[in-house]
Ligand binder design. Structure first.
Ligand code: FAD
Length: 496
């Protein structure tokens, strides 16, 4: 390969945020290249592993129709609920303990619907999320968790749609090209140095957009920033997000921002491979714990499984599993809720045991104190309120009384055989620490909060949105919102 290339805009990465940035820069009429560390086969970052649920603000079926086709029959037989801007703000603020950056979250929430429509205009196809986010109530399909729409084909589908648009737009992609440092003269960024199949290459550009993920795949950085033990987490997605973009930007004085010791991590099959497997996608996850119990090696519960819909707890509870001795937890269910378990409980690669009584199940829970487990279930069963009706489509308030931790919703007795248990560990999704950006242009700010000329960033690399926790379906939408902003900013600056 030529050791020197020149473009107007160079985008580092080829996930959702990078593709949105590249397409937006191209819409400014400039020449755009994308650098992807992975081979074409492995390209697409975490975006390609995503389940594909999309959280955006909508108030009515009319808003949803900007995003997806809905038949009259679907409209008549469904209750799509709402995710008003206020509800979206409330969820973001509540889950981040009121730490989310006010400007960034306002941008995310207020631009989310128009960005979904823009993704559609670029070829993405969205459909109602019947499978995972709805239930039948009085003959009507009721959606819960405020995210009724997913991208057809999941994250892999989204990447494929946007990839098609990028090809059509004439955006050049360089695979197996890992960006290593920024070309910076002390005043402005002029491009990127990279390694392409072992050879050094320079990409000169008027603007650079970094959209190359966080540091979730880097065990050394995880230990350094998230803390001891995090090197033991499984990686749910791409193995290429090593923190390169963050390092490159920090090296030239970019301002770090956000929850650098925080991340999104979920329950994940205990024996899943070290990194994500695109053929399995997100299916190693186990998100139906709200209907059962989470049990650690001491045979005890350690979180409120029913604190809220899984959409609002799953991103935090992976970290709680990591804190347990041996970094594992069993999810235990009885047959009453079997029909409510998500599809991921029925895949071929699953670590599962079954028994006809709790006493018979106990010795099968590898690594667990069996006597304490039986005691925990008895105490829990005795604490369940019988006078409240179970309803999985709302926070039903069917709770426990007198056990610690409590279970606040969906607390039913474990009393109906057969009993199933699934072994999980912690799977890290992405890291929350990132860079400080200007929300209007996506430009990266330096440590004095001045824009660094020529440098933009998007996606997981944007710091300040998520702290401690995360509402499901926000990653792809925020990647698209800030990808569009950064690409447009970079394209306009390159044209000027
Ligand atoms: C299993 C799983 C399920 C998920 N489900 C959902 C969901 O349903 N809804 C949702 O909204 N979010 C979901 N997410 C989160 C979502 O995938 C991420 O928030 C989002 O994809 C991040 O997009 P991104 O473009 O910032 O990063 P990525 O998609 O990870 O892209 C980063 C890109 O940078 C490349 N790269 C890294 N380093 C370099 C380098 N030095 N040089 C060149 N290229 C480099 C990578 O190869 C990759 O192409 C899920 C994530 C996972 C792992």
């Amino acid at each position: 390969m030529d050791p020197l290339h020149t473009f107007d805009v160079v985008v580092v990465g080829k996930g959702n945020a990078a593709l949105c940035a590249a397409l937006s820069a191209r819409d400014q009429g400039v020449r755009v290249a994308m650098l992807e560390a992975a081979t074409e086969d492995e390209s697409g970052g975490n975006s390609r592993f995503a389940g594909g649920v999309m959280r955006f603000a909508y108030e009515s079926v009319g808003d949803l129709k900007q995003v997806t086709e809905l038949t009259d029959d679907e409209i008549a037989t469904s209750d799509f609920g709402t995710n008003t801007r206020e509800e979206y703000f409330d969820d973001l603020y509540r889950l981040t303990s009121y730490r989310t950056d006010a400007d960034l979250s306002e941008t995310l929430v207020t631009k989310s619907l128009e960005t979904m429509a823009w993704l559609r205009s670029k070829g993405a196809r969205f459909v109602p999320n019947y499978g995972r986010q709805s239930g039948l109530v009085d003959g009507k399909r009721k959606f819960f968790g405020r995210l009724p729409i997913e991208v057809s084909g999941g994250g892999a589908g989204l990447v494929q749609y946007l990839d098609g648009a990028a090809r059509k737009a004439g955006i050049e992609v360089f695979y197996e090209t890992r960006a290593t440092s920024l070309i910076y003269d002390g005043a402005k960024v002029h491009g990127v140095r990279a390694q392409c199949k072992g050879e050094p290459v320079e990409f000169r550009a008027r603007s650079v957009v970094l959209a190359c993920g966080g540091f979730e795949a880097n065990p050394e950085w995880r230990t350094r920033y998230l803390g001891p033990g995090w090197e033991l987490a499984k990686v749910r997605g791409s193995r290429f997000n090593m923190g390169d973009g963050l390092r490159m930007a920090l090296e030239i004085g970019a301002a770090p921002y956000g929850n650098w010791s925080g991340c999104h991590a979920t329950g994940w099959d205990r024996y899943a491979p070290e990194f994500g497997d695109v053929n399995v996608g997100d299916q190693f996850q186990k998100h139906s714990y709200i209907f059962g119990l989470l049990i650690n090696s001491s045979g005890r519960r350690f979180v409120d499984e029913g604190w809220d819909f899984h959409s609002f707890t799953y991103a935090k509870y992976g970290g709680e599993v990591l804190k347990q001795p041996g970094q594992f937890a069993w999810q235990v269910f009885d047959s009453k809720v079997k029909n409510l378990l998500r599809s991921e409980y029925r895949i071929k690669f699953v670590t599962k045991v079954t028994a006809n009584s709790i006493e018979e199940l106990a010795p099968q829970l590898e690594g667990v104190d069996p006597a304490q487990f039986v005691k925990t279930v008895r105490e829990y069963n005795a604490a369940v309120r019988d006078d409240v009706k179970f309803d999985h489509t709302v926070k039903d308030g069917k709770c426990t009384v007198g056990v610690e931790p409590p279970k606040s919703n969906w607390a039913q007795k474990l009393d109906t055989p057969p009993f199933d248990a699934y072994a999980t560990t912690c799977g890290i999704t992405f890291t929350f620490g990132g860079l400080r950006i200007d929300r209007e242009s996506g430009q990266v700010l330096n440590v004095h909060f001045h824009p660094i000329p020529g440098l933009y960033c998007a996606g997981e690399m944007v710091g300040g949105l998520f702290y401690f926790n995360y509402p499901s379906g926000t990653g792809l939408v925020s990647g698209a919102v800030f990808g569009r902003i950064a690409g447009t900013g970079a394209g306009q600056a390159a044209r000027a």
